[in-house]
Ligand binder design. Structure first.
Ligand code: SF4
Ligand code: SF4
Length: 280
């Protein structure tokens, strides 16, 4: 069975899709968003060993040139995360779908489904597909939380076991998307239209930063692309307030939006035809 780097598994979450869900967070992302609030999930550890020296609980060791994390000793102080200059974490477990499922199974009486996130979960598409197949056999719903870089058109096998995608729409054009994430917007917008057309678009999300991002234009672009589909389904639009918490020091000077500003964006989204808008 394939293995994937798992950053953490949250047994019960009410913020990662509808209802109570177990959320699986995979390590590593192919975007490098300036506003990322968990940048320690972006890269894989390069085993430099710096965090080993700072761990107060002796929970990190170097064995054969690799950092090994002892979850029993770890006191979750996150000193290692603060030490790492590589946007990585030493607290990673390589797990196959069966091993991840064993962590989820005890939650079955309490959850409606599972959501995979990250990092970018589609970088681990094969493990996710195997995990979702197991989840479906037990009657759970399955959602992907994705940055939209995955070629969903070319890989229908992942969507066959997924109930939907929660898709980030981070910017309005390629230049601003590249500035914000380091990657092109082309595939994201293609997926936006494609997922809506096959009724696999669970929700879209935009992180809003006044003066820094053209949030209004992003909402207009999303509205324009989704216009043919919004009449038959009220696709949820989550407008997310940028917050400084967890963001890297060099990006913390970006302004946080006011309630008034967020409400003006909500009104704009309504004008574009969105009927299910949530500000968080
Ligand atoms: S987590 Fe970061 S600091 Fe620790 S060994 Fe890996 S790259 Fe180095
Ligand atoms: S969170 Fe990191 S630094 Fe803190 S005890 Fe665990 S491994 Fe050590």
């Amino acid at each position: 069975m394939n293995r994937a780097p798992v950053n953490k598994i949250i047994a019960s979450s009410v913020v990662d899709g509808p209802g109570n869900r177990t959320a699986v967070f995979f390590q590593s992302c192919n975007f490098n968003c300036r506003y990322c609030h968990n940048p320690e999930t972006i890269n894989m550890c390069v085993n430099c060993g710096k965090c080993v020296e700072t761990c107060p609980a002796d929970a990190l060791q170097i064995h054969d040139g690799r950092v090994v994390w002892d979850s029993e000793k770890c006191v979750q102080c996150d000193t290692c995360i603060k030490t790492c200059e590589n946007n990585a974490s030493p607290k990673i477990r390589y797990m196959n779908a069966e091993e991840i499922w064993q962590q989820i199974e005890p939650n079955l009486p309490f959850i409606r489904g599972i959501t995979v996130s990250g990092g970018e979960c589609t970088l681990q598409a094969e493990v996710v597909r195997e995990l979702f197949t197991l989840a479906k056999q037990h009657g759970l719903t399955t959602l992907l939380d994705s940055n939209g870089s995955y070629d969903f058109r070319a890989h229908p096998e992942l969507l066959e076991v997924s109930d939907g995608v929660m898709l980030d729409v981070k910017a309005d054009n390629d230049e601003r998307h590249r500035w914000l994430t380091g990657q092109s917007i082309e595939r994201v917008l293609d997926n936006l239209e494609y997922l809506a057309s096959i009724d696999k678009l669970e929700e879209i999300r935009t992180v809003c930063i006044p003066e820094v991002l053209e949030n209004e234009e992003t909402i207009r672009v999303a509205g324009r692309i989704l216009k043919p589909y919004l009449e038959r389904k009220a696709i949820r639009y989550k407008l997310i307030k940028f917050r400084h918490f967890g963001v890297r020091q060099q990006y913390r000077s970006y302004p946080e939006p006011t309630e008034e500003y967020m409400n003006s964006l909500k009104q704009l989204a309504e004008e574009q035809g969105f009927g299910n808008i949530v500000i968080i």
